[in-house]
Design a protein around this ligand. Structure first.
Ligand code: RP5
Length: 165
């Protein structure tokens, strides 16, 4: 893999059932041309792999990790515990508590090991990716221009909105 294509953002999720939500993060990274990797890493079903992923993340060049999980969503917090790469947590909707369990599990990190926590579901996944883009844009003028253009387009679309009579 060339330096240019080395993943800068890791997208991980506890199950393939999280993909419906987490694909919204990947779509944004693709749109901005940010090199990424995406895979299933389950905290409770693949603890050894989770450990290896978190421990190697920084040396492999990752600058942000977007971690989505549902239920007792310990994946983002456990990964954050093992790396200084910023972790952006996405609460995935759960069957019985609609993702409020996921949100609180990810959000309520004790002081000292932060997980930046986003909205439950698709908006959270997309916004986590937009935040990763903004973080990378701090040192990348081309990416910064793309982000400005994204916002300009979004504003124009909102201004053009019309309501029914
Ligand atoms: C979590 O359990 C996953 O992140 C997923 O949201 C949830 C359910 O997983 P599956 O039973 O669908 O594999 O670990």
């Amino acid at each position: 893999m060339s330096e240019q294509n080395k993943p800068l953002v890791g997208v991980i999720m506890g199950s393939s059932s999280d993909w419906d939500v987490m694909q919204n993060a990947v779509a944004i990274l693709k749109q901005f041309g940010v090199p990424y990797e995406a895979q299933v890493i389950s905290a409770h079903r693949m603890p050894d792999e989770m450990y290896a992923y978190a421990k190697s993340a920084r040396a492999r060049g990752l600058r942000a990790i977007i971690a989505g999980a549902g239920g007792a969503a310990h994946l983002p917090g456990m990964v954050a515990a093992m790396t200084i790469v910023p972790v952006l947590g996405v609460p995935v909707p759960s069957k019985y508590l609609r993702g409020e369990d996921s949100m609180l599990s990810i959000l309520q990190m004790p002081k000292g090991v932060p997980v930046a926590t986003f909205a439950i579901g698709e908006a959270g996944a997309a916004n986590a990716a937009l935040t990763a883009v903004a973080m990378l844009a701090a040192n990348d003028d081309v990416l910064a221009e793309k982000l400005e253009a994204f916002r300009t387009t979004q504003t124009a679309a909102a201004k053009a909105m019309v309501l029914p009579d």
